[in-house]
Design a protein around this ligand. Structure first.
Ligand code: ADP
Length: 329
């Protein structure tokens, strides 16, 4: 189902955690709420779930404003960072628990629980207790438990952050597959831009309780709306020109003779080998860049090998006019 947030606001005393956000998430899409710690992602998610009251504004799920409904009547389910499985119940009974609460007969709830365990590839371990499972396996069970009641919208709060990096990438692929298979709306909170880029149909970049940009990953990367988005997404240089502020992708920076007539001289202050690419840090006194993030050019390993650079070298740096993307003030 569609999820719509209308001027949604949450205040805690003098703190405005979520500041009048408007957002439309299309039915069946994978939406990530992305931003630094404290920007209001979890509060937004909890208001959609009904675990947090709304100060003003509204949450609309499908055709219905749900602001006054309890969590169980919203058609949503939530999956938490801590899996919170019942330790004394095996996987099947953990997954079937919500159905038992609804008074479903044992045979039917076991059938449905087993189907969900198969979806998350945990059917072989249905008899095991949580303590007999790895973190990644517990997480799959938690996912099955969230999905078994047939929610129209699944809400996930940092679901991958407790996993090791390898497992995180694998589980990410699984989440996307399951979302695509089921065709339901996922709203996923993360502070990882890589995770948001990999999963989303819609990336919502938040900052200070507001939405900086909501768009598909490619648009967010190729046309960041604000300096904040360009910095947070990474891979961009944010440069203040005399009449405007721009973002230029680091992999579009031009060095040396190709840099063009407008190029300025720069000194190489860092060279980082990254396998397929080399990141070259530059100090260009003629450019007004972000003090916190030095000017960076990303070169392919081939391009770097053709004309290697070392610390202290002086090189001209520029970009093609159509690679300069204008940012909102
Ligand atoms: P995020 O999920 O992006 O890290 P949160 O939504 O958890 O951010 O928090 C947003 C802001 O609201 C933060 O400034 C946080 O300190 C504040 N906040 C969150 N929950 C509460 C609460 N229960 N009481 C007071 N302030 C809170």
């Amino acid at each position: 189902m569609d999820v719509e947030l209308a001027a949604l606001t949450k205040r805690y005393g003098h703190t405005t955690a979520v500041d009048g956000i408007d957002l439309k998430i299309r039915s069946g899409s994978y939406c990530c709420l992305l931003g630094p710690s404290g920007c209001g992602k979890s509060t937004t998610l909890r208001m959609i779930a009904g675990h947090e009251t709304v100060s003003s504004g509204d949450v609309v799920i499908g055709p219905k404003a749900v602001g006054d409904l309890p969590p169980a009547q919203r058609g949503t389910a939530m999956m938490f960072q801590s899996y919170a499985l019942f330790p004394h119940l095996n996987c099947r009974d953990n997954v079937a628990f919500g159905l038992k609460m609804r008074g479903m007969a044992k045979a039917e709830r076991h059938r449905r629980a087993d189907a969900m365990l198969a979806l998350v590839q945990m059917d072989r371990l249905a008899e095991r207790l949580p303590a007999q499972l790895s973190g990644g396996q517990q997480q799959r069970v938690a996912l099955a438990r969230a999905l078994v009641t047939g929610p129209k919208v699944l809400l996930l709060d940092e679901p991958l952050s407790a996993l090791d990096p390898f497992l995180r990438v694998r589980m990410r692929t699984e989440l996307k597959r399951i979302q695509t298979d089921l065709g339901i709306t996922f709203v996923h909170v993360t502070h990882s831009q890589e995770e948001a880029m990999a999963l989303s149909d819609l990336v919502v970049v938040m900052n200070g309780g507001r939405i900086e940009q909501a768009a598909d990953p490619r648009t967010v990367f190729e046309r960041p709306a604000t300096a904040f988005v360009a910095r947070f997404i990474g891979g961009h240089n944010v440069i203040a020109l005399p009449d405007r502020r721009i973002a230029v992708r680091a992999d579009r920076m031009l060095l040396g003779p190709e840099a063009g007539p407008e190029a300025v001289p720069a000194q190489v202050v860092a060279v980082e080998y990254q396998g397929s690419a080399v990141h070259v840090g530059l100090d260009a006194p003629g450019l007004d860049t972000d003090a916190a993030t030095p000017l960076t050019a990303i070169l392919s390993d081939h391009a770097f090998a053709r004309r290697p650079l070392a610390l202290g070298d002086t090189v001209r740096v520029g970009w093609q006019a159509d690679e300069a993307h204008r940012l909102e003030a």
